[in-house]
Write a protein that binds this ligand. Sequence first.
Ligand code: PMP
Length: 396
Amino acid sequence: MSDRLDVVGADLTVTLTSGEQRRFTHLDYAASAPCVRAAADAVRDLLPHYGSVHRGAGLRSQRSTLEYEQARDIVAEFAGARDGDTVIFTRNTTDSLNLLARALPEGTTTIVFDGEHHANLLPWPTPVRLPAPADPEDAIQSARSAFASVRGPGLLAVTGASNVTGEIWPLRELIEVAHSYGGRVLIDAAQLAPHRPISLSDTGADYVAFSGHKLYAPFGAGVLAGRGDWLNAAEPYLRGGGASTSVGDQAGDVVWATGPARHEGGTPNLIGAVALAAVCDALLHADRASLDEHERSLLAALPEGVTLFGGKQPRVGIVSYAVPDPAAVADRLAREHGIGVRAGMFCAHPLVRRLGGGGDCGTGGLLRVSFGLGSTHDDIDRLLRAFDELGVRGIL
Ligand code: PMP
């Protein structure tokens, strides 16, 4: 693996309840991934000279403006942006999805499955909600029937990879269905982007959204990339400086910018954008096939978890287990074994209930193990030994 993709902080140690010091094993990448060298270096290099983006004639501002726009170009390449696509820096995936939800043309019908993270369920005004599918064919058929009854613009907002099961959704087929009805597709790639290419031009998807902090760039930038027409016609998402090209003396006398500036009001998050672009660049030049192969071998070492598509779809490095009292198991893994996983309902309540994780965020849900760059067989072995010691083996 290229050292630009080495994880920073891989040697973090933790004191166990026994008093023993141990290397911390991070298996909660799906919540926030650790930072890689490319992002850390890019931030370090920027700190001595950063200034205000798009605001100022001096050296700092000029360099910062250039670096911000270069970051956008790299992210555009990572997202496979086509001519006419817009790449907007946001705070995170949630922000990107809210932005698009506000940019929908009047009368748009949004279609979502109940297998989504809340970030892709809640922003859409009165979406058509389809039950979480039983298998990939079911997903395609329900999307087909939903689009068949849409009048006017239609948008399917679907996750790329589930934050609960790690399964990759049948995106190409769903995109084909949507397009055959003249509809559009947004891919919530918060969990897909850290593991697989997410090219708009390769998949034909209309929009893609993802977060820097899950993509090894924990400096608080997200992205919405996709077709510029709706975005340029929409009301600006963040009204203020930068979003307008001229403001008159009367209230409402404003000419709004087009392109990304229309929705990026206020001083941009340069560090977030530059860190994110550095990781995108490193991933664009990485040997993705060998990263995938490593991920598959780690997945193969883990017991099978809950699934939506019954093993018919590939999965990224995310596996959830239905165990009694997952919060207590996660707590003991942290305190007694120095292993960080996540327990609960993962902001995907309908899906987690459907998969057998009843209860609420405090007591119920599932136990989720997730990994990525820098994860090793030693990490998985430690987890399996801890599962054995905690007696969770028989109930996975
Ligand atoms: N979609 C999915 C599939 C996610 O896993 C998450 C984060 N857990 C989000 C959206 C929201 O991402 P963020 O919190 O970075 O906005």
